[in-house]
Write a protein that binds this ligand. Structure first.
Ligand code: SF4
Ligand code: SF4
Length: 124
């Protein structure tokens, strides 16, 4: 009897896998997909650069750029923990595969402007 119920379940129960890519799998909660920057919060302090074990973040202060090298990033979340301004977010969505090295450039608003907005710097 139990054999019959197993056969019926397998025959009429539908597929055990998802019909990818027609029906992509939803990421689980707290999945480490990729990191991103909230540009309006970053003050270019450099904490994330110093703490990143994979040397995947670069800052160009003159241009107020925050640059991520996704081919080096191991999505360890250390940078997000190191950021006092909560400017780095870990998204649960995975980045699409890429075949050539690329860098993702974010435009930080820069130190003084952000600190003034947050009320941490008295205005002269
Ligand atoms: S998630 Fe880890 S490896 Fe990626 S940029 Fe942040 S600290 Fe570096
Ligand atoms: S992301 Fe955070 S830790 Fe990194 S430079 Fe910007 S404010 Fe500093």
């Amino acid at each position: 009897m139990s054999m019959l119920s197993t056969v019926c379940r397998n025959l009429f129960g539908g597929p055990a896998t998802l019909m990818y890519p027609v029906k992509p799998r939803e990421p689980v909660a707290r999945a480490r997909g990729q990191i991103t920057l909230n540009e309006s919060l970053c003050d270019q302090c450099g904490n994330c650069v110093r703490r990143c074990p994979a040397v995947a973040i670069e800052i160009v202060k003159e241009k107020k750029q925050w640059i991520l090298h996704p081919d080096r990033c191991i999505i360890c979340e250390v940078c997000a923990d190191a950021c006092n301004r909560n400017a780095i977010e870990v998204l649960p969505k995975w980045r699409t595969p890429f075949y050539e090295r690329e860098q993702i450039v974010f435009q930080s608003r820069g130190g003084k402007e952000v600190k003034e907005k947050a009320g941490e710097c008295p205005t002269e």
